[in-house]
Design a protein around this ligand. Sequence first.
Ligand SMILES: Nc1ncnc2c1ncn2[C@@H]1O[C@H](COP(=O)(O)OP(=O)(O)OP(=O)(O)O)[C@@H](O)[C@H]1O
Length: 606
Amino acid sequence: SSTSYSYADAPSYRFNPFGQSPTPSQSPQSGSEPSNAESKPEVEDSKGGFDPEALERGAKALREINSSPYSKQVFEVMRKQEQGRLTELAAEKAHQEAIQAQLDIEKQRKLAEDQMNLVQQQAQAKAQMLRYEDELARKRMQTDHEAQRQHNAELARMQEESLIRKEQARRSTEEQIQAQQRQTEKERAEIERETIRVKAMAEAEGRAHEAKLTEDHNKRMLVERVNGEKEKWLAAINTTFGHIEGGVRMLLTDRSKLVMTVGGVTALAAGVYTTREGARVMWGYVNRILGQPSLIRESSMAKFPLSGILTRGTQKLRNYTSATGKSPSTMEEKSKFGNIILHPSLQRRIEHLAKATANTKSHEAPFRNMLFYGPPGTGKTLVAREIARKSGLDYAMMTGGDVAPLGAQAVTKIHEIFDWSKKSKRGLLLFIDEADAFLCERNSTHMSEAQRSALNALLFRTGDQSRDVVLVLATNRPGDLDSAVTDRIDDVIEFPLPEEDERFKLIKLYLHKYLHEDDDNKESKWNSVFKKKTKKIVVKDLSDDVIREAAKKTEGFSGREIAKLVASVQAAVYGRPDCDLDSELFMEVVDYKVGEHHQRIQLANA
Ligand SMILES: Nc1ncnc2c1ncn2[C@@H]1O[C@H](COP(=O)(O)OP(=O)(O)OP(=O)(O)O)[C@@H](O)[C@H]1O
């Protein structure tokens, strides 16, 4: 069975589709042939790569196989071997592919990681960039903010400087205006004085001329009359002288009669002269002791004691009748500053001051001096009078403008006022209107020596707190007052221009006063004296709305201007034949007055 061919012995040939030399699988049982065949190819390779022996052996083996009864099995084995090898190759390939896929995945993962790293780095770089930009923006903003702040501070500083400059310019302009006004007033006063002097001279000349003419005429008449009567008189004189001659002769002859006649005539002349001069001196003395100082323009105190008793009696009687005869509402109104319209807060303050002044007197404490200031016509004088009335004090009013013309006498007159004030048992409210006219700064160049002395006299008399005199000063220019004067003031009260509500009340008050009260008074007077009926003013459709509109339009009007406006309304009504007042006429007058008011302001500002 050396010819039998087992699968293990069969030479293993691998299928080689590319024509490469087959590599027979070596087995330890394959004998020496394969080993020879193995060593030979190396020789053959060195000869040119072709080994014909192997081919021969292969052919021989094929022949043997073909001739073998197991050829089929051999081929089957070979096919299976080939299939196994192919499967191995496929497995190998799949393995390689799996490895490749693994490598690919690894590569992809690495790539993704790299990308992720890159993205992270980019994000970090971006974040860093953003942070940097943010930092830069913040720094820029801080710089801008600082610059803006400096700019604002610079602006504020410039505005402040500009305001200061403006204020200085305003002050200097005001001072110039005031100086000009003073100059103008002085010039006007001089012109007025000159005009009065010229007028007086002209009048005197006229009067002299007239007197001369009259005198000439009279002279002529007299001469004629004298000539006419001369004869008559001559005759009478002759007769009289005849009698006198007789009498004188009798006197001269009788000595005692002569002495008596001369003595009687002398005594008569001396009596007449003494009586006249004595009466003059006495009157001056009485007036000085008892009378009212000449600087006082208005006072509740009577000029002489007797008339004071009479006035007080009449006043008491009037109060009694008013208290018993009048309705409670009228009395209530009186106690509430009925005819003075003020802002409620100001009214409360005034009432409080009046009460405090009254209580001060009853407790015999020193009085408090007051300063009222505000635009003209806002009720300062009215309120001062009302405070005196309410507090139960006497009241005296003087005006600062009266002091300067007194010259050197001013000091005496000021002292006279304070001496006279002591006569009041109730205490005196001394109201000095236009106080700035004589109580202005002492170092003012426009102040005369006499005025300065008068101011010093007043300061001397008001140096201590007084139990007799309440000093109430009113001025439109409180800034002009001397600091020593303002130092003596305890309460400073501003009287502003009335607001819309107050204007409304003022218009109503004066409408009532001028259109109704006046009418009633006139009616009764006419009726009682002439028994004649006058036409009454009839008010038609003058509603509160119309009055309110007028109050709105009269912004900037003082109380005095409103009073005058209503007086103009009254005049306009009297200009009508029917004496009817309707809203149309009323608004017409209001518009006209408002225009006039604005014109006046423009003129004052020009
Ligand atoms: N508050 C007011 N209520 C009622 N009437 C007023 C008021 N204010 C002014 N008047 C009217 O104006 C007139 C002038 O008022 P008053 O003399 O009190 O003003 P003033 O402030 O003293 O003015 P001036 O500063 O010019 O002396 C008064 O007679 C009155 O008719």
